[in-house]
Design a binder for this molecule. Structure first.
Ligand SMILES: [Zn+2]
Length: 491
């Protein structure tokens, strides 16, 4: 969960909407730089750059950039080398790592390209990194994103910012997701295949092994196959099946290899750069330890019911009973309306479609709060009952709610109440002690298994199958003795 706008700052308008409306009028006719064809509905290059600049500010604000300057510089250098051999070397190219744990990469028109911190450990070498960046450069050069922008509706862009996350509107929207899907305007299947081929071409021209693209796609295919819920793929929703892409890009890879004798991959150098990388959630955006959610930036903690799965999204934390319907949601209240916490709570829940049954003012670990019971309809769950606390803390209001269908509510209520009562401030010292999990380098010993390595990292820190995929292996493979590996260590 990212920091909420403080109460004083909550009046800002979602700027994306105005921007999208402007775009509808910006569409005209322009030449596609990759195909050389005139295309209707493409915006001018100046307009592309302007949109990129505006949205870049938004991306930086909403997602934040990863705080390692050397690594940022490295990614930017690789990106610039690729862009310089592409069809549009003159664009104001920018490459940045956003501080997001999900595995993803995306581009804005005008040459703004982002990869997530989460994708980095899943790449094996610099050639694969070049493959990801080259793919995104391909989208920009072929004006896929520009085209998508001219097609997209005002409402879909408006969602990028200022989304109002009431439980009813998007109950599971953030589960295992980071909101990135909204930004990654859906590229068509043909666009993806074209971007893969362009990526292979740029990589080879700039001296990297174009095989990095199918290798990277193979890893993505393994992630798709292994992922159940946690942490992984937005990529899946927006891209065609990676395994198929890995096959289809082969012809372009063979083309790109023509005439070249030696390509760079730089496995060892790449691994060294991964040493110490933050893995998974960052305490500044909230981390999950067991069923406890701790937010170092906002300085509070909540114990969700024992054994529940807790997923930390961009603006919402969702906890669920595995295999069951009850869930809990924690989020900062955006744009609270009302003079008192009672009024904010009741009106906010009403606005989301819920009627108050009972409620009262209380104090939770010394914090002013309103705890109430509500009833109403909810998508996918039917009629539900909700136990919800609105808690005032540090100039923000947090909603912490347990939601269950009517027939199971009574059984869940004690667990909901315990979780609500556990909301507590963290001291500055407590917050500073929270450390993220990190990537460490390790040389496999004879007889090592992914299971054994994962167990040494601590319970639930990383799955054996994730370690296998992260190191370029199929999940049913084991590490080779002497193999240099990326592993995850407990924070
Ligand atoms: Zn793509």
């Amino acid at each position: 969960m990212r920091s909420p706008g403080r109460i004083v700052a909550l009046t800002r308008r979602p700027v994306g909407i105005g921007c999208a409306v402007a775009l509808l009028f910006a569409a005209g006719c322009a030449t596609n730089p990759v195909t050389g064809q005139r295309e209707f509905s493409l915006m001018s290059e100046d307009k592309e750059i302007q949109i990129g600049q505006e949205q870049d500010a938004q991306v930086r604000k909403e997602m934040g950039l990863y705080g390692d300057q050397a690594l940022q510089q490295y990614v930017n250098d690789v990106g610039l080398r690729l862009a310089s051999v592409s069809e549009r070397p003159g664009l104001p190219w920018h490459f940045a790592i956003v501080d997001v744990p999900a595995i993803n990469a995306f581009a804005l028109p005008g040459g703004y390209i982002y990869i997530t911190r989460g994708i980095l450990p899943f790449l094996q070498d610099e050639a694969q990194l070049a493959g990801v960046l080259g793919h995104e450069i391909g989208h920009v050069n072929a004006r896929h994103s520009a085209r998508q922008y001219s097609r997209s509706t005002a409402s879909s862009i408006g969602l990028i910012v200022g989304s109002i996350l009431v439980p009813q509107s998007r109950p599971f929207a953030e589960l295992g997701e980071t909101g990135l899907g909204l930004l990654m305007l859906k590229n068509g299947r043909d666009d993806e295949l074209e971007a893969d081929s362009l990526g292979a071409k740029y990589a080879a021209r700039a001296g990297w092994d174009p095989d990095g693209i199918p290798q990277m796609l193979t890893t993505l295919a393994r992630i798709e196959e292994a992922s159940d819920t946690k942490g992984i793929p937005n990529w899946m929703q927006t891209h065609p099946v990676a395994e198929d892409r890995a096959q289809r890009v082969q012809a372009a890879v063979r083309d790109a290899e023509q005439g070249a004798t030696k390509f760079t991959t730089d496995h060892d150098g790449y691994l060294k750069r991964m040493d110490g990388l933050t893995y998974g959630d960052n305490p500044a955006q909230g981390i999950v330890r067991g069923a406890t959610f701790l937010h170092g930036g906002l300085r509070f903690a909540v114990d969700f019911p024992e054994g529940w799965e807790v997923a930390n999204g961009t603006s919402q934390v969702v906890a669920r009973l595995p295999g069951g319907k009850p869930l809990m949601v924690l989020e900062p209240v955006q744009r609270p309306v009302g003079r008192t916490i009672d009024a904010v709570a009741v009106y906010g829940m009403q606005r989301a479609g819920f009627t108050e049954i009972s409620g009262g003012r209380t104090s939770i670990h010394g914090l002013d709060a309103f705890v109430g019971s509500y009833a109403g309809p909810m998508q996918n769950l039917g009629r539900v009952r909700i136990r919800a606390a609105h808690i005032v803390y540090d100039r923000a209001i947090y909603l912490l709610a347990g939601i269950a269908p009517l027939d199971t509510y009574d059984a869940s209520e004690p667990a909901f109440s315990n979780a609500i009562d556990s909301f507590r401030p963290l001291t500055r010292a407590d917050a500073e002690r929270l450390q993220p999990n990190r990537i460490d380098l390790y040389t496999a010993r004879p007889g090592d298994t992914w299971q054994a390595i994962a167990a040494r990292a601590g319970n639930g820190v990383v799955k054996p199958s994730t370690l296998a995929i992260m190191n370029g292996h199929p999940v049913d493979d084991q590490p080779r003795a002497g193999e240099r590996l990326k592993i995850v260590v407990n924070g």
